[in-house]
Write a protein of this length. Structure first.
Length: 159
């Protein structure tokens, strides 16, 4: 990853990423970007450590494995969401990312469910929970950057 890629990460609002997965060796390009100082990457190997981290740390993106050693990634969503998703709109936690001057423009929520294999049931469950996306490994920084680009609801057309 070069400085151009780092700039596009920052322009997508990505400065800190938390990866919740017992198998940390699957995220080589994330580690390389962190070593180069282009993004902060933090690993949690189980759900309990992720909940503890979410209470005191604000990340721009959370990658949560669908299966963790101590719980399902979906069960973890229920515990993470109040801390992670509320941080984007509660001024006491972080300050709003969306101003009244730009209604409908803003970052998508930063939690992604990550799975080894595709499951329609998992995808539907993930998207129904309000996460930013359901991803299948291998996951790259480019995928996260593209998913975190500002949403523009004013361009959505209804047929």
């Amino acid at each position: 990853m070069n400085s151009q890629s780092a700039h596009t990460l920052r322009s997508a609002g990505i400065h800190e990423i938390v990866i919740v997965d017992a198998t940390c060796d699957r995220y080589g390009d994330f580690v390389q970007a962190a070593q180069a100082g282009e993004v902060g990457v933090h690993f949690c190997v189980d759900g309990r450590s992720a909940v503890r981290l979410s209470r005191r740390f604000r990340a721009d993106a959370w990658l949560v494995a669908s299966e963790l050693p101590d719980m399902s990634g979906f069960d973890l969503l229920d515990m993470l969401s109040p801390h992670v998703l509320q941080g984007g709109v509660d001024p006491l936690l972080q300050g709003s990312r969306i101003s009244l001057d730009h209604v409908g423009h803003g970052m998508r929520s930063g939690i992604f469910i990550v799975s080894d294999t595709y499951s329609m049931d998992e995808e539907q469950r993930a998207l129904a929970s309000g996460v930013a996306g359901y991803l299948i490994r291998p996951i790259t920084l480019d995928i996260i950057r593209a998913a975190r680009l500002p949403a523009d609801v004013s361009t959505v057309t209804v047929s």
